[in-house]
Ligand binder design. Structure first.
Ligand SMILES: Cc1cc2nc3c(=O)[nH]c(=O)nc-3n(C[C@H](O)[C@H](O)[C@H](O)COP(=O)(O)O)c2cc1C
Length: 176
């Protein structure tokens, strides 16, 4: 059975992106899913001085190992001021110090949602441009706008947007 790692790019305990990525994993047919929470991988703020003095923290190695041992990644990024959340960027910076090819060519379903109408478009554009330089194999990109209107009780309630996600998950599964 394929091993899927899913996580949201945020440290919010009530994350809408975690809700979206969790729902997305429920659409997989036959996979062993591990949903990660960035709060379980506490890391100091990246700094070259910290790294020189203390090295790279164990949690960065642990997260990278989970990516490495997976068959595919489902990622939903929170957008803060048009970019990655600090929590995700910090993790990304740390793991990139261990291994530049942080995503090991694993198929990725890249997602974002936000309360507004752009559905995290800016952070998706950043990731779409950047992740392939770290050996990401982005199979599909999905954006859910107006989370509060379109998501309820753990699932997408807009038929069209739900169908789009189902299609994206299907393509992702076919690529595994
Ligand atoms: C500091 C900060 C900046 C934000 N900037 C944006 C933004 O640029 N675009 C956007 O769509 N939402 C923005 N938001 C709203 C987030 O999309 C919203 O908080 C969302 O819940 C974050 O995702 P999460 O719940 O998965 O952490 C911002 C929120 C915070 C706290």
């Amino acid at each position: 059975m394929k091993k899927i790692i899913a996580f949201a790019g945020t440290n919010s305990k009530t994350s809408i992106n975690k809700q979206l990525v969790t729902y997305s994993t429920s659409l997989l047919h036959d996979a062993h899913v591990k949903i990660l929470d960035l709060n379980d991988f506490d890391l100091p703020l990246y700094g070259i001085d910290f790294e020189k003095e203390h090295g790279i923290p164990k949690n960065a190695y642990a997260f990278l190992d989970l990516i490495k041992s997976s068959n595919g990644l489902m990622v939903s990024l929170a957008e803060h001021n048009g970019a990655y959340s600090t929590a995700f960027k910090n993790l990304f910076d740390w793991i990139s110090r261990i291994e530049a090819k942080t995503f090991f060519g694993k198929p990725m379903l890249l997602m974002a949602t936000s309360p507004g109408g752009r559905g995290g478009e800016s952070v998706l554009n950043i990731a779409k441009d950047r992740f392939p330089r770290h050996d990401a194999n982005i199979v599909e990109i999905y954006s859910l706008p107006f989370f509060g209107n379109n998501f309820s009780n753990g699932k997408i309630i807009d038929d069209e947007l739900n169908l789009q996600l189902k299609d994206a998950v299907k393509q992702f599964e076919l690529s595994l």
